[in-house]
Design a protein around this ligand. Structure first.
Ligand SMILES: Cc1ncc(COP(=O)(O)O)c(C=O)c1O
Length: 369
């Protein structure tokens, strides 16, 4: 249970190279098997170096959530980027315009306000901006909900001069909350059908779309990909985490951990760690196949979890474990949700079998604008 990386200062983000490679290979193989492009969501790792590794393994392009992430990724050589999010505001769209001159860029839209702002910002621009309409498939977040909303927005874009509609995308985030794996597969299939149907409706309007994009990690771990879906966008699969491990009933695929130090053992069952909410987040998932307990899982521990976090302290209550480790020992914690955890670190240590291979800067850390 004790980490071999006793010489790294803590808290530190570790990435196990072999586990990450195997997770990357799994998803690329899946995309290839179904003849879909893999466009991984890089908001999970926020590291241009890993985005390039994903391309090297066969990914078609990358997904990001924010303009700032796209800018950093583009600066570091990523040239095919989809911002799977509704970008609103003139200053952000000016940045989109500058980026669009340099790379193959697409952004998400779900309302006319955005299209009008894009038309204004791009009015003197030679190269139009390509967009995908987001379709809401059950997550209860952004995206058009009704067929009328979809068609009205598509017609509005069709009438615009500098905005080109290239397809639809959806995110089946509600698959995280499915009660069973069967329900997760059902949610994935229904979401794909709904997204495909939206694509067909656009084609019936005479719009020449080339992309029908779906994807989240739990659904892509379990469901197939229906013919006609051109692209999948899972992100968390690269590292997995306690939520994703719960869904597949296997935590041995979790590639990213936070290395922490035992700093106190104040009672005969309490262990205090030097990492709390500011190093692990205080996220948890309350329901469904991705439900988590506590605030992180001790790697290779047979279920020992953090039962509480302060800002800078994590707490474990377990008498046997407490007696098996010493103050000063370092242990690895699998975070409940790896995406916001990566955003807390300047760099990650890529490790393999007890050695550090190299440090990878997390260049999109904090790029939330
Ligand atoms: C729009 C969009 N696409 C893809 C993903 C990737 O999903 P996951 O994190 O389950 O891999 C996300 C994650 O939140 C998302 O918001």
């Amino acid at each position: 249970m004790k980490s071999p990386y006793q010489f790294i200062d803590t808290p530190a983000l570790l990435i196990d190279n072999e586990l990450m490679e195997s997770n990357l290979d799994f998803m690329q193989k899946k995309a290839d098997q179904y003849h879909a492009n893999l466009r991984p969501h890089t908001k999970t790792h926020k590291m241009p170096e890993l985005a390039k590794l994903q391309l090297l393994k066969g990914a078609y392009g990358i997904t990001v959530a924010k303009v700032g992430e796209a800018e950093v990724m583009a600066e570091h050589g990523l040239t095919n980027i989809f911002i799977a999010n509704e970008i609103v505001g003139i200053s952000k769209l000016e940045r989109i315009k500058a980026l669009n001159r340099k790379i193959k860029l697409r952004i998400g839209v779900d309302n006319e306000y955005q299209i009008n702002q894009l038309e204004e910002v791009f009015k003197n621009e030679e190269k139009a901006i390509e967009v995908l309409i987001e379709v809401e498939v059950g997550e209860n977040r952004s995206g058009v909900i009704t067929d009328d909303q979809l068609l009205n927005l598509a017609k509005h874009i069709k009438n615009s001069k500098k905005v080109v509609l290239k397809g639809v995308f959806s995110h089946e985030g509600h698959s995280y909350k499915a009660k069973t794996i069967e329900d997760c597969i059902k949610a994935a299939n229904e979401s794909q059908q709904r997204t495909l149907r939206s694509g067909t409706m656009l084609r019936e309007l005479g719009i020449d779309i080339d992309t029908i994009s779906i994807g989240a990690t739990p659904s892509m771990m379990h469901a197939g990909i229906i013919e006609g879906i051109t692209e999948i966008r899972p992100g968390t699969y690269i590292f997995m985490d306690v939520g994703q491990g719960s869904a597949i009933q296997d935590f041995t695929k979790c590639a990213a951990t936070v290395l922490v130090t035992v700093i106190s053992k104040p009672t005969d069952e309490r262990i205090v760690l030097d990492a709390g909410a500011k190093s692990l987040t205080s996220q948890n998932r309350s329901e469904g196949i991705c439900a988590t307990q506590g605030y992180g899982l001790v790697k290779n521990s047979n279920g020992i979890r953090l039962s509480g976090v302060f800002d800078e302290h994590g707490l474990i209550y377990n008498k046997e474990f407490r007696n098996s480790i010493e103050i000063g020992d370092k242990i690895e914690i699998i975070p409940n949700h790896i995406c916001p955890t990566c955003n807390l670190y300047e760099k990650a240590y890529l490790v393999s079998k007890g050695s550090i291979l190299r440090e990878i800067p997390i260049l999109c850390k904090g790029k939330t604008q």
